[in-house]
Ligand binder design. Structure first.
Ligand SMILES: [Zn+2]
Length: 449
């Protein structure tokens, strides 16, 4: 292949360049990366791929449990709490096999690509067969997720999750046996067998302070630290977890993580909902990130986390669709701001640009893709183009593109998704998974029977 064959040009009608929207931008893309950004290119160069609308960097979905997508709609009947929802969620977890999980995740990641998501952080804990027996390939489930992402055309960071206990001092229950490796050391040995691929990074996760005993936390943190890999942890999503941690250890979950070396710049706390002022200071000072999942947090009646205070304290923000009640990163960004408005009865806690940064560059950084999420020379050519002529987005001036993207557009306005210079979604159609709704339907039905 000659150099010219490997270089492609994309012409962007409008491009969000991190600080403002620029019209008439041409990108040279070579070997999956942007090699040059040209401004003021009024006419698309011959042979260029034309992206009409507003092009953003690809969106990063920093927190996903792919199989939760099977619950959509089915958990909206009747009343309850996070804990009653969890029982239904476990009934689906019980039925997953490497094959059914592969089919479901492929469809879910294709849905994400259609929503402009180019990288997903999969917080993965269904490791073994029901009852806890390892598969012949101990990473059959994680491998199925990595392959599913490849087939759906998106990047994945597999956040392989350590899950050892049901609560403080309690062994896993029947449902949770398949999540557990027994000890953090056994978890580490299994994870060390996972292989990275061009589209796949391996990271670590601590399910929660409920699910990993205090004396096992450092093993997980050291495994991630030795590899400079991202480390994620569900943190203080529920007040019951805080109360149980106080009873068992006499401190908050954040303090417990700090005392066992879990916090730091490569660590992300997911939810960070019910925190003390000291917790916020510990997370901020250590530069531990915060992944907010506002559509899930409202769906599960979790509460509203102190995202603005966390960011002020020094914690970078990212966003995730978590339980996939909705797969729409623009809605996650909008909801973070709107939640804060409801709580404070004041507007404008973040600019639209700051919300987009959480959905793009900072989300990618939380997943270990530091060179992704910006439209600039050297960055990976991951792009999301929104229509500016839909019923939702028509009207605002193009220079208000960031505001339009966050406060008017939805996932339905995504027209093109480009990953590493390759069109994964073109004109609203997935290029690799021909009928995504049907793939979702079949995969969910397979889990019902
Ligand atoms: Zn989660």
């Amino acid at each position: 292949m000659t150099a010219t064959e490997r270089t492609r040009t994309y012409w962007l009608e409008h491009a969000w360049l991190g600080t403002h929207v620029e019209p008439d931008v041409a990108l040279d893309v070579r070997d999956g990366r942007v090699s040059a950004v040209h401004q003021g290119v009024a006419t698309p160069p011959p042979g260029a791929e034309i992206l009409r609308g507003l092009t953003l960097p690809g969106l990063a979905n920093a927190h996903s449990h792919a199989f939760h997508r099977a619950l959509r709609g089915t958990v909206q009947v009747g009343s309850g709490t996070f804990w009653t929802w969890r029982e239904v969620m476990y009934s689906f977890a019980d039925r997953l096999t490497p094959d059914t999980y592969h089919a479901l995740a492929r469809a879910v990641y294709a849905e994400m690509a259609l929503a402009g998501i180019t990288a997903v952080g999969e917080f993965h804990y269904v490791h073994h067969a029901p009852g806890g027996t390892p598969y012949a390939d101990p990473n059959a489930m994680g491998g199925a997720l990595i392959e599913a992402a490849a087939e759906a055309g998106v990047r994945i960071t597999l956040l392989d999750t350590c899950y050892l206990s049901s609560g403080f001092g309690e062994p896993p229950n029947t449902h949770q046996l398949r999540f557990s490796d027994g000890t953090a050391q056994a978890w580490a040995e299994r994870c060390s067998l996972l292989k990275e691929r061009d589209h796949a990074r391996i990271g670590a996760a601590i399910h929660s302070v409920r699910a990993v005993p205090a004396d096992q936390l450092a093993t997980v943190a050291q495994w991630a630290g030795a590899r400079r890999a991202p480390l994620h942890v569900h943190l203080s999503e529920q007040t019951a977890e805080n109360d149980a941690c106080q009873q068992a250890h006499g401190c908050t979950p954040t303090r417990l993580l700090a005392d066992h070396g879990v916090l730091g710049a490569r660590t992300t706390g997911v939810h960070n909902t019910h925190l003390t002022d000291e917790d916020i200071a510990l997370l901020g000072e250590s530069r531990t990130g915060t992944c907010m999942c506002p559509t899930t947090e409202r769906d599960l009646a979790d509460g509203i986390g102190p995202a603005a205070a966390l960011q002020r304290a020094g914690s970078p923000l990212s966003l995730g669709s978590d339980s996939h009640a909705v797969v729409d990163l623009l809605e996650e960004a909008r909801a973070m701001e709107l939640n804060e408005r409801l709580r404070t009865r004041a507007r404008g806690h973040w600019t639209a640009a700051a919300l987009l940064r959480a959905a793009t560059a900072d989300g990618h950084a939380a997943l270990g893709w530091d060179d992704t999420g910006r439209i600039e020379a050297g960055a990976r050519a991951d792009l999301t183009t929104l229509a500016l002529d839909s019923v939702r987005t028509a009207g605002p001036l193009p220079r208000l593109g960031a505001e339009t993207a966050v406060f008017a557009a939805t996932a339905a306005d995504v027209r093109h998704t480009v990953v590493g210079g390759r069109h994964v979604v073109r004109d609203g159609a997935h290029a690799l998974v021909p009928d995504v709704p049907r793939a979702l339907m079949r995969a969910v039905e397979a889990l019902r029977t």
